[in-house]
Design a protein around this ligand. Sequence first.
Ligand code: LLP
Length: 444
Amino acid sequence: MTVTALPEVAPGADDLSVWPASADRLPHGGLAVGGVSLAEIADRFETPVYVLDEGEVRARCRAYRAAFPDADVLYAAKAFLSRAMVRWVEEEGLGLDVCSAGELELAVTAGFPADRVVLHGNAKSPRDIEAALRLGVGRIVIDSSSETARIAAAVGTGGFQRVMVRVSPGVSAGGHEKIRTGTDDQKFGLSLADGSAQHAIARILGQPQLELTGLHCHIGSQITEVRPYVTAVRRMVGLMARIRDSHGVVLPELDMGGGHAIAYRPGEAALDPAVLARGLRAELAASCAAARLPVPRLAIEPGRAVAGPAGVAVYRVLAVKHTGERVFVAVDGGMSDNPRPALYGVRYAPRLIGRRSAAGARTATVVGRHCEAGDVLAADVELPGDVHPGDLLAVPVAGAYHLSMASGYNMVGRPPVVAVHEGTARLLVRRETLADFRGRDIGG
Ligand code: LLP
């Protein structure tokens, strides 16, 4: 009989390539981010906890500014927003993309200049529009034919508002069907192919209190290739040429949205902002030259690529269960703080932190504490064979669409956000407690 020895360390188990650049191995199996030990954060702030590396966020903002020096880089707030995040993004010279009165008010009340904010939304509520006008957002992106009249009426005859139009250019791209937004069979934008974009543009141009500054598209998320963006640019410039030909209007701006992929596990593809910038710039120059249009000012809206890799979720193991073929490692969080595996089948690479294990690697499934079998954080991952209750597991690339999509499921409460920077940890957002749940429930 042949016995195959388990590998001492799982392949890639010590790979920190998807971690913040500041991630640093400490003696005895510890790991620090932003100069602070994650185990210490777990002790001080309890678990589950989201850790956000301020330096990584700032470095990512700077990388975008460097790659797109002549463009507007608008951080997509839906990925993650807090008052500190607003400040960092503002200080790094980015603008902001928001999609609700809530995101907008939080940003502006935290000091973000409203004229550097763009408001999105496929179905803006009266409150969204009221807040946008009251606070003076730079652009409102019109996303349906009825919206033009609503916004024009809210602005009033003596008023003035800059707007853009969201176009669906018929490009299918993105990491999952639920986050592909460039085609005609989904709810966002006005179709280029069936003429609804052109129709909406004609109506906007007929409203004296609205100034159409340009076109917008966001073709999807977690896009690893430059090619779909290039195709979209070509089609958008084609539409700009048609607008010039039929209305005599040359639009000065083109917003190509976000969606730039990041790696969630070592070896996965990411979209390099510098490579994207080169591709966009070249196509924009070529398409505009062919159409004899001046090159519009470009805007882009990265969300995940700014915040995602800067975040780490730290959990404590509550139970380990062996069932037939599988080992389940259950932690004190789950689908209420990270619904992404359940929603999009995203795979993560959790890591044991806080102690060194001499045990061989074993395939385990990291599950949450919520009351459904689909509450899986990471299926079939390699973890040391001796992982036991009380251990800490850290999940990198948890900075985008984790807290912002977190829920109150099972009244577990949303985790706090702790910023780490240059050896110091500070609380940005406190944990949601039973008192919060009770406080909202007014009895009735
Ligand atoms: N701009 C617009 C108009 C958007 O709708 C979005 C994302 C972005 C920019 C930023 O996309 P990013 O660069 O972050 O991919 N919950 C999903 C992602 C939904 C994205 C929605 N819109 C997830 O967890 O993957």
